[in-house]
Write a protein that binds this ligand. Structure first.
Ligand SMILES: [Zn+2]
Length: 64
């Protein structure tokens, strides 16, 4: 599995969000990573190390 993620990619994390969805979009990539739950639009921010630890799968980019 490749953890090759980039801005706007959809990702799955190891844990579902509280709303039951496990699909997130990367909305910011810097020192910190911000991901947004595609179901409820809640955003959470974490540092890269934590993100990579919690990341399960990169689903790839969203087709425009
Ligand atoms: Zn959610």
């Amino acid at each position: 599995m490749k953890n090759n993620y980039k801005l706007n990619d959809l990702v799955e994390m190891k844990k579902n969000h509280a709303c039951g969805t496990n699909k997130w979009q990367i909305t910011r990539m810097g020192v910190d990573i911000k991901i947004k739950c595609v179901n409820c639009n809640r955003e959470i921010m974490m540092d890269r190390l934590e993100f990579e630890k919690k990341l399960k799968k990169v689903l790839g980019g969203q087709d425009e």
